[in-house]
Design a protein around this ligand. Structure first.
Ligand SMILES: Cc1ncc(COP(=O)(O)O)c(C=O)c1O
Length: 388
């Protein structure tokens, strides 16, 4: 039985949500239950599934602890844990879309989400349409009689456009569609989708929740209206996360608040410093007043995480590669949310309606927990290499 933590601060809640040590002999952390089979005491209990746990795919004390923790953060009716962030995108789409339906997806979406929509959803007979991230309430004009899902991601992948989520939710609900949001960037600490009209909140728990670049995981949280349909699909597909990964995500949540504070502070300092430089044309970070979506970020979000992009002032692939190859502390790698800094030259060739910056190459920076002074020296060297 989890303790009542209502009214407590976010770090207090992160330290204690999910499980109550008194439920397991006082051990602070919950047991990692490795299970397929669960035994029943007699035939009647077995036939009626009359006990809390019945089979490994249907939940364990470990997955319940993570689910309860995420529900406490999201304000959701239920949460499923799946084996990756991409699975956390795919499972709700499969739960709510059928042949003949229309889905609206933001054009600045994480590329593998687009690939899923353009391949499997289309093959299933779903009509897929992309919309501009800044569309806001005007999305009403794109709604069709068969629009069942409006998919959002804010800020957008790589270019960090902000979406007016409450306005989108109002228009989507007026047309009887549900709203899904990939909220990985903000985590439920800095944006609470369900409080802003979203029905289903999606996280690549691989990033800040796990936080150490060693776990793949996803969570999907639903409001009361959508929970049963999401949960039924999860059981139908058998896409439960493994117990060790679930445990690691719960473990990561305990420190996520303090890690995020540091990611936020360092990223903002570096973003502001980069914005003052002539060799950087633009810094795409929603917490900067210069960002076109800054007012939405300020209105709806309570913080910013540690990933943003810069647009170099001129140049192309050669300059982008020179920048990356000069880095020593920043690793060249995909993903983000871990303790270490990463950089990648982003490819925006998939965009249909959202305009990609064209002044120079776009470099995405994930600011880790290293000392800012060291990171600045590294970036300084990379910018010099790009200039040369
Ligand atoms: C916004 C966003 N959503 C989902 C994912 C997918 O997460 P995973 O790598 O765990 O599949 C990513 C991964 O980079 C992401 O950036």
């Amino acid at each position: 039985m989890a303790r009542d933590l209502s009214g407590k601060g976010s770090n207090t809640r992160l330290a204690h949500i999910g499980n109550d040590p008194r439920d397991f002999h006082g051990f602070v952390n919950p047991p990692v239950v490795h299970a397929s089979t669960v035994l029943f005491p007699d035939a009647e209990t077995m036939a009626g599934h009359k006990q809390k746990y019945t089979y490994g795919t249907r939940g364990t004390p470990t997955s319940d602890a993570l689910g309860a923790a995420i529900d406490a953060l999201e304000g959701s009716a239920g949460t499923i844990a799946v084996p990756s962030g991409l699975a956390a995108v795919v499972v709700p789409m499969l739960a709510f879309l059928s042949a003949g339906d229309h889905v609206l997806i933001v054009d600045s979406v994480y590329f593998p989400t687009r690939r899923f929509a353009d391949t499997m959803l289309k093959r299933m007979g779903v009509e897929v349409e992309y919309y501009e991230p800044e569309l806001g309430g005007k999305i009403a004009s794109r709604m069709k009689d068969n629009t069942r899902v409006v998919f959002t991601e804010s800020p957008g992948s790589n270019t960090f456009e902000m979406q007016d989520i409450p306005a989108i939710a109002e228009a989507a609900h007026a047309g009887d569609a549900i709203v899904m949001m990939d909220n990985t960037w903000a985590t439920p600490l800095y944006f609470k989708p369900l409080d802003h009209g979203v029905d289903i909140s999606i996280h690549a728990a691989t990033k800040y929740p796990a936080g150490h670049s060693d776990v793949l995981s996803g969570t999907v949280s639903a409001n009361a209206k959508c929970w049963q349909q999401l949960y039924d699909t999860y059981l139908t597909l058998g896409v439960c996360a493994g117990p060790d990964d679930v445990y690691q995500v719960l473990r990561g949540l305990r420190t996520m608040g303090v890690r995020l504070e540091r990611h936020q502070e360092s990223a903002l300092e570096i973003a502001q410093w980069l914005e003052r430089r002539d060799d950087v044309s633009r810094v795409l970070h929603p917490a900067l007043p210069s960002h076109p979506g800054h007012e939405i970020w300020k209105r709806d979000f309570s913080g910013a995480s540690g990933i943003f992009s810069i647009v170099l002032n001129g140049g192309g692939t050669k300059e982008a590669h020179a920048f990356l190859d000069a880095l020593e502390i920043f690793g060249l790698g995909y993903s983000w949310g871990g303790y270490e800094s990463l950089a990648v030259h982003v490819s925006l060739g998939d965009r249909i309606v959202a305009k990609a910056p064209d002044e120079g190459p776009v470099i995405r920076l994930q600011i880790g927990l290293e000392d800012v002074s060291d990171l600045k020296v590294d970036i300084e060297k990379a910018l010099a290499a790009a200039r040369a």
